[in-house]
Design a protein around this ligand. Structure first.
Ligand code: PHE
Length: 455
């Protein structure tokens, strides 16, 4: 078994640290950028309801399983399978997690790079006043080198923090930044809802039209739930290997799901009222949706108070980058921890390999919005493929096997001991968890896949 002291990892010191680091991984661009994009592409309210179902019945139990596997094995996403299921082919699930982590970090850095640019634009007053923001966005992402520079910067900061270990920096500033981000989101949501024409946006979010729910929509909702909660690829397994014996696995998972879902829903309440009050932007504007509508929100919400508007937009993008960073670090950590644990590689060297790989792949993703946008396969660009393979393939497969393993293969006594902290916690939710992990979650994934194949 890999012990804590045999590598440079350490422990999360407090319960708050555990929740904030895990919530830091969960809350990110997935909530504020990917969620509205998916909602827009998949028909609104009905998608959100299906999404809630997947959060509750799939992502939450998978998160508990990942926490459990990480703390029980005290190892990374591949190492956990080695320790808990020695010699089993299930180790492939660990490698799928590594693949998904690298793919996600590659396209994530591109979007985080856009955010970085928007931070600069807003801090230098370039997002103020009436402009065609769709044009501004298009011009930036299709520029052959600018987005590469911002992506590189974001990856380098991620690298820098990972090399130093996550505990001190991340734990400390997550505590400060996450509440601030939440506050800004609430204020913006209130403003956005009072914009002219906002009702249409609210209807889109609140009135489900179930005729829009196709197998593809269900698959997207499943992918989004797993992506947003960072589960299915062993990211939280790696984090949980830093938990201590007192960490309450089930209630921590519940808190993380709650925070994450709240942030996602609120970003919907910011984006969609705005989309409907701005002429010419469709709900299905794709990855640019948020970057096109948000500047409008800032301008309209604070039209009488430009200084406040300036402050809010600058702060918002800044915090969005920080939220993205707390997530990107956790993705990076998946492969870095794997290399340091399994190959006894020095942390710095391991991190370099991961950053290098993500940089190369990220360049391809970034160029797919500009010079390479016509290189498509089945109508999808490199960026689309990375997103598809990770969220709609690797993560669901990972989630399913993680649940099957914990629900059916791991000794019952071990599972129970972990979830009740060796008998010191009440067992109220244990039965429900077991049922979800054994039946609902794995069967759910299988049904979604079969449905998609038959569609
Ligand atoms: N959950 C993160 C977000 O919503 C993305 C992520 C996916 C992080 C997978 C880690 C692992 O932005």
């Amino acid at each position: 078994m890999v012990s804590h002291s045999s590598n440079n990892r350490g422990n999360f010191a407090t319960r708050l640290g555990v929740i904030l680091a895990s919530a830091g991984s969960a809350v990110g661009l997935g909530n504020i950028w990917r969620f509205p994009t998916e909602v827009g592409n998949n028909g609104g309210a009905a998608f959100i309801l299906v999404y809630f179902g997947f959060v509750l019945f799939l992502a939450l139990p998978v998160m508990v399983c990942e926490f459990l596997m990480g703390r029980a094995s005290r190892s990374n996403t591949v190492g956990a399978w080695k320790v808990l299921a020695p010699g089993s082919p299930l180790i492939v699930v660990g490698f799928l997690g590594i693949l998904a982590g690298v793919l996600i970090l590659s396209f994530y850095s591109v979007v985080a790079g856009w955010t970085l640019d928007y931070t600069v634009l807003s801090l230098t007053c370039q997002l103020m006043g009436e402009q065609d923001f769709a044009q501004v966005f298009q011009a930036f992402v299709s520029n052959p080198w600018k987005p590469l520079v911002t992506m590189l910067l974001f990856l380098l900061v991620t690298h820098w923090i990972v090399v130093r270990g996550v505990e001190h920096g991340i734990e400390k500033y997550s505590k400060l930044m996450m509440p601030l981000l939440l506050l800004i989101i609430v204020v913006l949501a209130v403003y956005a809802m009072s914009m002219p024409g906002a009702e249409a946006g609210l209807m889109f979010l609140l009135r489900p039209d179930f005729s829009k729910v196709t197998p593809g929509v269900v698959l997207s909702a499943m992918g989004q739930a797993l992506f947003s909660l960072s589960v299915g690829l062993g990211c939280l397994t790696t984090y949980a290997s830093y938990f201590n014996k007192e960490t309450k696995l089930m209630s921590s998972a519940l808190s993380v799901c709650l925070i994450d879902t709240l942030v996602a829903v609120m970003s919907g309440f910011i984006i969609f009222p705005a989309v409907f009050s701005v002429q010419g932007v469709g709900v299905d504007a794709g990855p640019g949706l948020v970057f096109i509508t948000l500047p409008y929100v800032f301008n309209m919400a604070f039209s009488g108070m430009p200084l406040l508007g300036y402050l809010f937009s600058g702060l918002f993008y800044l915090l969005l980058i920080l939220a993205a960073l707390t997530s990107s670090i956790s993705m990076h950590e998946i492969s870095t921890a794997f290399l340091t644990d399994n190959y006894r590689m020095e942390r710095r060297r391991a991190a370099r390999i991961v950053t290098g790989a993500c940089l190369l792949l990220g360049i391809a993703c970034s160029l797919s919005f500009g010079p390479w946008k016509d290189y498509t396969l089945y109508g999808m660009t490199v960026f689309d493929w990375f997103d598809f393979v990770s969220a709609k393939f690797c993560m669901p497969i990972g989630a399913m096997f993680i649940c099957i393993f914990v629900g059916w293969v791991m000794p019952h006594s071990e599972v129970r001991a972990q979830l009740t902290n060796w008998g010191t916690l009440p067992v109220r939710l244990y039965g429900i968890f077991r049922f979800l992990a054994r039946w609902v979650a794995p069967l759910g994934v299988m049904i979604v896949f079969i449905n998609e194949l038959l569609a």
